[in-house]
Design a protein. Sequence first.
Length: 677
Amino acid sequence: MTPYPLTGEPAYLEARGFAAALQDLADAWRNIWTPRIPPDIVEWCEGGAIVLPASVGSGGRGGRLSFAQRPYWRTVLRWVTSPETQEIIVVVGSQCGKSLLGAAIDAYWGYWYQSPILNLHPSDDHAEDYTRDRLRPIFLASPFAEGLRAADLRLGGVTFASGSTLNIFGVGSPNALKGRPAGLVDFDEYDESLRYAKQAGSPFERARTRTRSYGRNGKIVAKSTPTVDDSGIWELHSDRDCQQWEWHARCPHCGGLQLIELANIKWPRSESGETSESPKTIMSRNLAWYECSANKCKWNDSDKIKAVANGIPVCITPEIPDLRRSIHIPAWYSPDVSLSSVAAQFLISLGDPEAAKQFRNEWMALPRTEIVKSGSTDQAHLLKKCVAYYSQPAPDWWRSDDPPAAPDWVHAVTWGYDVQGSEVWGAAIGWGARGERQILWSGSFARSAGTADSDIEDAAFAFRRPWIVQGSPRKPVRGMMDSGYRTHSVYRICAKTPGLYPSKGRVDMRDPMAISAVDRLDANKRTIQGRVELIMIHTTYWQDQLAAALEADPGRQFGAMHLPANPPAELLRHLVAERKRQIKSRDGTLRYQWVAHDSNNHLRDCLVYATAAAGHAKCLDLQARKTAPAPAVAPVAVDAVAPPAAPPAPAPPRLSPLARMAAARSANAQRITSQRI
């Protein structure tokens, strides 16, 4: 028989193993009264608490979770722990890692807070796939989940040691948002969820009801690629009470901060120099590069990743309270998306409405507003877009010495003209800092008796007249005049009017815009010395741009068109004179094309030309940036330009005038594209 010490002595407790038990009991009692202070969310997520298995990690690479190449998600993570922010909107393109962002948010909240979590997906099938393929592998591999029954993680959820519960449902499930208070509601693919929850009402409003019990401590996170602009994630992002953010990358060569924009992604031309390289060639040879908007530095894919990693978040609406915050991240910010893949997909989308819709949605993270249905905007909708603070000047305002004043938010003015046999129609558009636009004037110029081209001369004179823009007189930045009628009269007058270009529309182009030099003729139809630049525009492309602006709801949101308080009756009639229809080509292929059902469509054509002129003048997507240096007009660069030129060659020998004219006629055309599709 083993002699034990007397009961109560330390030796007895040690022998019986009670000492360790008492110490654990004392530690547990002490921890009850010691508050758990959550650490910084980024440091916790990237400090080893979350481990990604190879099946979940980007590019098949497992290990510690790290947002070093996606630093914009660190900003979103810190919003989750900000006491001032209750609603977080993430508008994001494909392959940017939004599912991993959601997993990190849910894991931190469940581990450090005691309130329940609702992780909502479009359907129960989506929820099961997310649980099986993403969440369960992360739980099994991560230290924070030790002791949890992660293998049993199903739609019913799991209970954390903190007391928090994670419940994963489809938004259309009867148990999703019904009678379940939650401290955190996390939507994945919010726009897709709307399709499954039509009968139950807005999921976002129902989520507000679920988090109401937790007051200012409740959080709603909605992540999605946008689909349409009048509902879903884009409506939440563009709300006037939403504080909008962007991620500005830092150039690894010059250090300039900038928004990475599609317009600055470049690729070479084909050997003939007349068209772009094929998408297949661009992808296989990795030919695309990015041109820094600060100092024209050339980035490859590695430079782009470094630029994003060293970037900073920038609030573009600091005047709005931070109760609701949103961030917009296109697909090319992802380290898994190459510049060549973006360029190739952009070229594939040209001329194909469905491919263009997909490119805007999945790559640009923009709503599908540019692809317009076969219907036409009606006049009742157009009348809602009339603003009370601006009235169109008189029909002959251009004869007065006093320049008219544009609205105070207008930054630039462009013109478009449609030349007919006996008159010229014209329209001017004022452009704002977010792409919003105002029809400043629309009307016609009549030909005087006994004169051949007085109407074209008057139209050019109106183009040269200044407007009061930002408090000072400024001339229009660009204009386009249709040269289908009275072609050489248009050439002659445009040649002596700087900024006014002759133009023609085509439906069979691959690029939105192309420029070539054409001969000028005198009154006797003889070729004279000197050539003029002719701009060819893809009419379907620019008609889509105009139609999207007209169909947008009234307001100062991105790209919306405003009409004056006193629109002419012919303006409303002309704007609804065309519809988009599916046309069968001679080769049997189907394509979408705008077709006039009313011959009185001249002012609509004028607005199409004015919109294309804004693209040519690089002011279609004006952005008011909040960083330094911040130009008032964000540059929209030339797509598909050649790589940086080699050192200049020796000067050619001096040619005779006839030789110079022959060389000019053989010069290659230059191609320019706009930023938006």
